[in-house]
Design a protein around this ligand. Structure first.
Ligand code: HEM
Length: 377
């Protein structure tokens, strides 16, 4: 089974190949927690995350070797399971630095990156505050859903009294490939998703578009990234009554092979100028891949690492389903540029609704013996 190193120059779970399962959690630091207690929480989280990433139980005694009259240090449900490529990625939200009331709870307001401000409101946003934002986030990915859930559960347990879960999201069937070694998966609309994604095998693009550089400032975030999470509800039932012609026109790609409607195979570059009948471009003005393409967004690219979700159904008998969109980028402006273009013009908007949103600064990787975000304090 795959084991990704937890310690390193960048956090795992960004350019490491996207796994099949996700448990993502956002936390709020509890009232009255001091700077020292926050640092202790990050230290405790680091030790536990390193252990779980290596396939070990949490704590000195793990699930079953501890004192008989105390709750076990590890909750136990991952015993006997391989890590299945578990990665645990931590992020810091804007409110960690400055609360809505402008309070500097942990003495770090001066180190808040200028870019770490809540995302703007986009046309069509229908956000639920209970599924948005948070002081801290943890992205746990694994090819085994129980391993990802075990990670979030144990880290939540460790946080008890110091930080509380604000919202969390399970995901399956990664909707992006982040490595050329991976086959492109499909989203719940049945289309290949991740074809034109940033891939780990393009180090120049990753350096230019994913990692924050020392010159971007502040220094503590160098080697880190920004994580955008958007819970996007997909109206599956409407989509399923839509013709194949319309479905392909919405994306600008074929449903089978995932090739651009301008021709070629999955990885052919789309030709946005190529005319079809009556001089209409084959990839229409409102097609998702046209509007999301770097040429339409001042060169901005995103490393997409999202997941499908189905959280049962709503009270009208419709699937409560969609895409839990996650992207990593060097600056939130990359996401904002693309999303603004999509929010205004995308043909896909008829079939989706953004219902949750969050932005986090993801610190650089952690050196063995140190803890996540150490350079911030
Ligand atoms: C491309 C689906 C939301 C950014 C694609 C593709 C599909 C797709 C099928 C073509 C294959 C590929 O290159 O991956 C969806 C669905 C969404 C959604 C179903 C919502 C439920 C978003 C959002 C953003 C975004 C919110 C960013 C703000 C992109 C980008 C590309 C892309 C950058 C690649 C464009 C290119 O360079 O060709 N998406 N997407 N997508 N999407 Fe989305």
């Amino acid at each position: 089974s795959t084991v990704y190193p937890f310690y390193g120059s960048h956090q795992a779970g960004i350019v490491t190949p996207a796994q099949d399962r996700l448990h993502f959690a956002a936390f709020d630091v509890s009232a009255g927690v001091t700077r020292t207690e926050l640092i202790e929480l990050l230290q405790d989280w680091t030790v536990a995350a390193a252990a779980m990433s290596a396939g070990q139980d949490v704590g000195e005694y793990g699930a079953t070797s501890g004192p008989y009259d105390a709750p076990p240090e590890d909750t136990g449900e991952a015993q006997g399971l391989a890590t299945a490529g578990l990665t645990i990625t931590f992020g810091f939200g804007p409110t960690l630095f400055k609360t809505a009331d402008g309070e500097d709870r942990f003495g770090i307001i001066g180190r808040r990156p200028a870019d770490l401000t809540p995302l703007p409101h986009f046309p069509g946003d229908d956000l639920d505050t209970g599924r948005s934002d948070g002081d801290l986030c943890i992205q746990a990915c694994s090819n085994d859903p129980q391993v990802a859930v075990h990670a979030i559960r144990n880290l939540s347990r460790i946080a008890f009294g110091r930080a509380a879960l604000r919202w969390s999201q399970l995901g399956f069937g990664r909707t992006s490939s982040t490595s050329t070694t991976q086959a492109t998966p499909r989203n719940l609309f049945g289309f290949k998703d991740g074809t034109a994604n940033i891939k780990a095998e393009e180090p120049d693009v990753v350096a230019d578009q994913v990692w924050v550089s020392a010159a971007d400032g502040p220094a503590w975030l160098a080697g880190g990234s920004y994580l955008v999470a958007r819970r996007i509800r997909m109206t599956i039932e409407t989509w399923d009554r839509t013709s194949l012609r319309e479905q392909e026109a919405v994306f600008g790609r074929t449903k089978g092979a995932g090739a651009p409607l301008s021709g070629g195979t999955e990885f052919s570059e789309p030709d946005f100028a190529l005319a079809g009948r009556e001089d209409q471009p084959l990839i229409g003005a409102a097609a998702h891949v046209r509007l999301a393409h770097p040429t339409q967004n001042q060169g901005a690219k995103l490393l997409r690492r999202g997941y499908n979700f189905v959280d049962g159904n709503d009270d009208l008998g419709r699937l409560e389903a969609g895409l839990f969109f996650i992207s990593f980028q060097r600056s939130p402006a990359q996401f904002t540029t693309v999303q603004l273009n999509l929010a205004k013009h995308d043909a896909l908007n008829e079939y989706i609704r953004h219902v949750g949103s969050a932005l986090f600064a993801v610190p650089a990787g952690i050196a063995d013996g140190s803890y996540v975000g150490a350079t911030l304090f």
